[in-house]
Design a protein around this ligand. Sequence first.
Ligand code: ADP
Length: 195
Amino acid sequence: MNLVLFGPPGAGKGTQADRLAAAHGWPKLSTGDMLRAAVAAGTEIGRKAENVMDQGELVSDEIVVGIISDRIDEPDCQSGFILDGFPRNVPQAKALDAMLQEGGLKLDGVIEIRVKDRILVDRIKQRISEAKEARADDTVETLEKRLEVYHGQTAPLLPYYEAQGKLWKIDGMQDIDNVAAQIEGMLEELSGDGV
Ligand code: ADP
């Protein structure tokens, strides 16, 4: 299955993508993880992305579309993949549709993990206090910026996918096991549809 995990920062996309990867063997493609790896490795992409990420803004479409397009071509993605953190705006979604179409592929579903902003702020505060090495963009101020970017640029993708009949809404305010169970239920329904 080719899936997108969608939701605001702190919604639990990464956790659920790891669960899905472990349960089904589909690799998790997280643009945030890939960009952090590029920053740590000091590559050209990393140097370009670092400041933008620290400010909570979006890295250029050219960079993220390029890294996802290369990654989707890898052999381990041929039987399915889980996108986490991509696409994050309408141009990225259109670029994704185009690259999938070119490879004779399509998205099977977009899973929106819904969590209220107030709860996200509490979660990120918790993540900061528990982290051994905090992420440079995990501060309350940057979170506010990331939420603003989410509502302004990323949330407009919801009607885009709703219009394609691909959007599945999941309550992300339940515990991790319950959220995972909702996603598995959704996958069963999708398979029942012959997807
Ligand atoms: P979050 O927990 O905020 O969802 P991510 O790990 O997905 O964080 O992303 C961290 C940062 O990496 C973002 O704030 C942004 O600067 C950059 N980034 C990740 N994915 C994308 C993308 N698809 N487009 C542009 N920038 C991105």
